[in-house]
Design a protein around this ligand. Structure first.
Ligand code: SF4
Ligand code: SF4
Length: 362
C-alpha cells in the first residue's frame, strides 16, 4: 500500500529527530525569533523530540508583543478623537493600554474597525470622505510593504482623510542591538519564515558573521522546524557559522526586492521604542516627508507619550528569553488568556499565550 502524505511527513520527522539526536551539542540554546515558530513548536510537540538539555527559547518576533504601551495608548487616543475611524488588525483589539484597550474603547462608543489589510483601511477612507481614517500600522518587514502600498494607493486616489500611525519595526537591527548589548544568551537563531520572504536569508549573514551565531531560516510545518534545527545543530557540530536557508520553497536568498523597494520609497529608518527593550536605533520606520500628509502624527496632531509597562509584567524578559513565561509572577495568576496583563498573553502567538495553551508543568 502506498504511504499517505501524513505517513511520509511522520517518517521524515522521525528521521530528522534521529539525525538531530546525533548532532545536537548538549545544552545548546536556540532562540526561535518568531511567535509563529513558538506556537508551532508547542503544537507539534517538537520539544519532546529533542535531546535532553537542548533548549528552545522564544524571542522578540511577535509585532503585537513588542509594540510598547506608549504606542498602544496612541492608537487608543486616536480612536477617541472626534470624527476619527481607527482601523486596526484584529490582534491589537485586546491588548491593554494604560487605561483601556481598543476593544473597551470601541464598547464605549469609539469608532474602531477591524480590517484585514491596510488597503481595506484606504477603502474605508474612500467610503467615508467626511471622516478621518487612521490605520494602526504595526508589524515587521512582513507587513510594512503593504502599509507603504496603502499610502501610495491613498496618494494615487487623492485621499486627504487617510493616515497611518506608524509603529512598524525592523527585525535585523533589533536582533543586532540585542546581541551587541549582550541581552541574548543563545547559541543559534531559528530565523522567521514570514519576515525572511521579504528580507531574504542573506539578511542574517551579518548577524552570523559579527556575533558568530549560526542562523537558519525555517518554515512552520513540523518537518520544516526540525530541518531548521538539524541544520543549526549540524553547523555547531561542524564548527561552521553561517546564515542558511532551510525554507527554500518560500524564501529566496535575496528576498522580495520589489516589496522592499515599495517599503523604502515611503518609509525611512528611525529609532523605535520596543516593549520591554527600550529604544533601539534605526529599528523602526518613519513616514518620509514627501508622504507627510499620510502621517497620522501630523494629520491628527498626536504623538506617543511615555507610558510604563503594566506593573509586574515581565514581557521584556520573556522577549529576550531571560525567563520563560511561567517564571513571571503574574503568569496564570493576575495574567491569564481571559484577563491578560501584557501583550505576550494577548497575542495568539505571544510566548505567554503559547505556554498557557500548551504547557503543563510536570
Ligand atoms: S500574533 Fe500576529 S503579530 Fe504576533 S506574530 Fe503572530 S501574526 Fe505576528
Ligand atoms: S505572564 Fe503576563 S504579565 Fe507576565 S510577562 Fe507574560 S504577559 Fe507579561
Amino acid at each position: 500500500m502506498p504511504l499517505s502524505n501524513n505517513d511520509k511527513i511522520a517518517a521524515s520527522c522521525s528521521l530528522l529527530a534521529e539525525k538531530i539526536k546525533e548532532v545536537a551539542p548538549p545544552g545548546a540554546r536556540i532562540m526561535e525569533v518568531c511567535g509563529t515558530h513558538t506556537v508551532a513548536v508547542f503544537r507539534h510537540g517538537i520539544r519532546s523530540l529533542l535531546p535532553e538539555g537542548v533548549r528552545l527559547l522564544s524571542g522578540p518576533g511577535c509585532p503585537v508583543c513588542v509594540t510598547p504601551q506608549s504606542e498602544i495608548d496612541l492608537f487608543i487616543r486616536a480612536a477617541g478623537l472626534k470624527g476619527v475611524i481607527l482601523a486596526t488588525f484584529g490582534d491589537l483589539i485586546r491588548v491593554p493600554g494604560t487605561k483601556a484597550s481598543l476593544g473597551e474603547k470601541k464598547a464605549g462608543g469609539a469608532d474602531v474597525k477591524v480590517v484585514l489589510s491596510p488597503l481595506d483601511a484606504v477603502k474605508l477612507a474612500a467610503e467615508n470622505p467626511k471622516r478621518q481614517v487612521a490605520f494602526a500600522g504595526i508589524g515587521f518587514e512582513t507587513t510594512a510593504p503593504a502599509t507603504a502600498a496603502a499610502i501610495m494607493a491613498a496618494q494615487a486616489q487623492g485621499l486627504k482623510n487617510f493616515s497611518v500611525i506608524c509603529a512598524h519595526k525592523l527585525l535585523p537591527p533589533a536582533l543586532t542591538a540585542l546581541l551587541a548589548g549582550g541581552k541574548l544568551e543563545i547559541d543559534g537563531l531559528l530565523c522567521p519564515g514570514h519576515v525572511s520572504v521579504i528580507i531574504g536569508a542573506r539578511a542574517y549573514e551579518p548577524i552570523a558573521r559579527d556575533f558568530k551565531l549560526p542562523c537558519v531560516v525555517a518554515g512552520f510545518e513540523a518537518a520544516d522546524i526540525l530541518l531548521g534545527l538539524y541544520r543549526l545543530f549540524r553547523q555547531m557540530g561542524e564548527k561552521r557559522v553561517e546564515a542558511e536557508n532551510a525554507y527554500e520553497r518560500a524564501v529566496s536568498w535575496d528576498g522580495n526586492e520589489k516589496a522592499r523597494r515599495i517599503m523604502h520609497s515611503v518609509f525611512e529608518p528611525a529609532d523605535a521604542a520596543w516593549r520591554g527593550l527600550g529604544t533601539i536605533p534605526a529599528s523602526g520606520l518613519a513616514i518620509k516627508d514627501e508622504f507627510a500628509g499620510f502621517d497620522a502624527s501630523k494629520r491628527l496632531g498626536i504623538s506617543p507619550e511615555p507610558a510604563p509597562d503594566p506593573p509586574g509584567c515581565l514581557c521584556g524578559q520573556v522577549l529576550t528569553a531571560r525567563i520563560t513565561p511561567p517564571r513571571c509572577p503574574l503568569y496564570q495568576k493576575a495574567c491569564t488568556p481571559e484577563n491578560p496583563v501584557g501583550p505576550c498573553m494577548v497575542s495568539s502567538e505571544g510566548a505567554c499565550a503559547a505556554y498557557s495553551k500548551y504547557f503543563s508543568p510536570v
